[in-house]
Write a new protein. Structure first.
Length: 172
């Protein structure tokens, strides 16, 4: 297992659309292990392969509700049903320092595959549903800040670029 480095905004590789997994072999299993390890190391509640510059449709999630680990992963996830909307407060390991409310589906049904290629469906609501939607967005090259109103997004982007500039001046 290995902790992988996470791409940070405005890296253009975060904009790539991930490809469907069609080989369910040890490379995929190693990727899943590494995604979980990287997600926990960075205290994230979700991670998409896109964020570690691997452009396959794979994501890991652990909402860590009530302090308990509840890890799961999805390969080739697709939202096949959704109901309702809610305001989801989100941040992102690839957009450190930015937090804002995003409109998400409140209830979703997802069809996905496991690491052997077996199909299954999963239902999720609220926070867990928001994480899955956020990670599927990553697989499509989309960031949560893209979903903010243009006024909010401009403000957030200005702050982030100033922050990145500051950080670049202090790299050794
Ligand atoms: Ni994210």
């Amino acid at each position: 297992m290995a902790i992988l480095s996470i791409l940070r905004y405005p890296d253009p590789r975060l904009r790539k659309k991930a490809k469907k997994v069609d080989v369910f072999d040890s490379t995929l299993h190693a990727l899943l292990d590494n995604l979980f390890e990287t997600m926990y190391a960075d205290e994230g509640v979700g991670l998409a392969a896109t964020q570690v510059n691997i452009h396959w449709r794979v994501l890991t999630v652990d909402p860590m509700e009530n302090g308990h680990k509840q890890p799961f992963y999805l390969v080739n996830p697709e939202i096949i049903h959704h109901e309702g909307t809610f305001d989801s407060q989100e941040g992102c390991l690839s957009v450190p320092g930015a937090y804002d409310n995003v409109k998400r589906h409140q209830h979703i049904t997802v069809r996905a595959q496991d690491k052997t290629g077996e199909f299954f469906t999963l239902q999720a609501s609220d926070f867990k549903a928001a994480i899955i939607q956020h990670e599927i967005d990553h697989l499509n090259g989309k960031l949560f800040i893209d979903r903010l109103s243009s006024i909010k997004r401009d403000r957030v982007v200005k702050e982030l670029l100033a922050l990145n500039h500051w950080a670049k001046d202090r790299q050794f």
